[in-house]
Design a protein. Structure first.
Length: 276
């Protein structure tokens, strides 16, 4: 079934069930933007997306159409397999990253303002927390790599990989600077890191905005916040201000990952029901 026929039939079925698009979103966990674009005939969705919507509307795929036409079948066969638990773990890791990064940010400020003279215990705690931050961010970014695969967002996948490398590099720089006799010589490396990280954050924000077709309005909001964070980092002098914007941005990104988990859970439920 091709567009716009598919969109018109789904719209008619939804209205026959006396459901608004927002109510269908709640029942299916498919984003309202995706539903709007399908019903308007702007996109040809994957078969399992159609099955999720039909299941929410109390209709089977088989009764909706007598056969799966080649165009939709190809779209389904090319869809990558994404493990929903990868996305759920990423959401949980995002919470760990947010807490650890917030504490590290506070410690960075203290280190700069308190004479840069820490003892063994403070250094050990900082290093351990940095390792935790890098590990949790890697798992966090892995969720966006998975969503990039799911929604064919190559930019999101690429920048997520690059952010993992950048985060690890800055973490190593932080740890090395603790034992430096002359910490001022790290000002230039930190300035360069801030600019590069800012540029990556801007690109990440753009890729999140592109994700809104699959994950909805939250992706657009997170994307805008990431772009603001990136712009602050690029200035270098407003580096610490970026932490203020980073917190709500990461919170929203965690919500996006959880929505992705719900979407994949629905897809698996529909697939199991269809096989049964």
């Amino acid at each position: 079934m091709q567009q716009p026929t598919l969109g018109k039939r789904l719209t008619a079925l939804r209205k026959a069930k006396n459901l608004t698009q927002e109510e269908l979103v709640e029942k299916s966990r498919v984003s309202v933007r995706t539903i709007q674009r399908i019903e308007a005939g702007e996109v040809l969705p994957r078969v399992y997306t159609v099955k999720i919507l039909l299941a929410a509307l109390g209709e089977t795929f088989e009764s909706f159409t007598n056969q799966i036409p080649q165009q939709m079948e190809t779209h389904q066969n090319n869809a990558p397999h994404v493990n929903r638990y990868t996305v759920l773990i990423a959401a949980l890791a995002g919470a760990v990253f947010l807490v650890s990064e917030t504490i590290l940010g506070a410690m960075d400020i203290a280190w700069f303002t308190e004479g840069r003279n820490w003892g063994f215990n403070e250094n050990t705690f900082y290093i351990a927390l940095t390792v935790l931050m890098i590990g949790s961010y890697t798992l966090f970014a892995r969720g966006f790599i998975a969503l990039g695969n799911l929604f064919e967002n190559k930019l999101l996948k690429t920048v997520a990989y690059m952010l993992v490398v950048a985060t690890a590099a800055v973490g190593v720089l932080d740890v090395v600077s603790l034992s430096a006799a002359d910490a001022d010589r790290f000002l230039l490396p930190y300035a360069v890191a801030s600019v590069l990280f800012g540029a990556l954050s801007i690109v990440f924000g753009i890729s999140l905005i592109r994700l809104q077709d699959g994950m909805g309005e939250l992706s657009r909001v997170a994307g805008i916040l990431e772009i603001i964070v990136g712009c602050l980092l690029v200035t270098v002098v407003l580096f610490f201000v970026s932490y203020v914007i980073m917190i709500p941005a990461v919170v929203i990104e965690i919500l996006i990952l959880y929505r992705g988990y719900e979407y994949l859970s629905k897809a698996e439920e529909v697939q199991v029901a269809g096989e049964g």
